[in-house]
Write a protein of this length. Structure first.
Length: 204
């Protein structure tokens, strides 16, 4: 955590670390003026940052949009990646393969580090999960905007034209949904017979 004592040190610097868990090539970068190394034993450091080096990167290459934060804790992150068909063709081909990014995490940490680039403190990360990217084209080149939803937004999302038969997508051995629907369709329809002693159903 970033305590008052830590922030009041004689020489401390503040930056942001980003980790994007692309399956083929994870990205670790620092919005800072020097490389930042997170010690393995630093409080609050998880497996995605502990013992890792985050090299400084220009916002022209990777940019982080405004972090949304709802009152219920939900919110989204968007990251923008510069894409050059000649210098980074692998990036453009990667967005055609959702298995490399869909549902994988992006983490942002606010970090305090010293003059040597050693992280002294981290705030708990803001985490989002990558969804479908958008490609923006302009005279300055191509940029890929990756929207990242946090788990609360995903959990609260409405189903997308789904039905009970999709149960097997999540549990291949479970055929209960199909069996239940089949039983319902085969059940005989019993005609409604109003009770003879009920005045509301008596025909005048």
């Amino acid at each position: 955590m970033l305590s008052d004592a830590l922030l009041s040190g004689q020489t401390v610097f503040i930056g942001t670390l980003i980790f994007a868990d692309f399956a083929d090539l994870p990205i670790r970068a620092a919005f800072a003026d020097r490389p930042v190394v997170v010690p393995a034993g630093l409080a609050g450091a998880d497996a995605d940052c502990a013992g890792q080096r985050f090299d400084p990167i220009n916002s022209d290459i990777i940019d982080v949009g405004e972090i949304e934060e709802g009152r219920d804790g939900s919110g989204n992150i968007s990251i923008t990646l510069a894409a050059d068909p000649e210098r980074t063709p692998e990036l453009l081909s990667a967005i055609d393969d959702p298995a490399l990014y869909d549902g994988r995490p992006v983490k942002l940490w606010f970090v305090v580090f010293d003059a040597a680039g050693t992280a002294l403190g981290l705030r708990p990360p803001k985490v989002g999960y990558m969804t479908l990217p958008r490609v923006q084209a302009s005279r300055d080149g191509l940029r890929i905007v990756m929207d990242c939803e946090d788990w609360l937004a995903i959990a609260a999302a409405e189903p997308h034209a789904g039905n009970y038969l999709e149960q097997q997508l999540f549990d291949p051995g479970d055929a209960s949904a199909a069996a239940t629907l089949g039983m319902g369709q085969q059940a005989p329809q019993v005609p409604f017979s109003p009770p003879a002693d009920n005045p509301y159903y008596q025909v005048p």
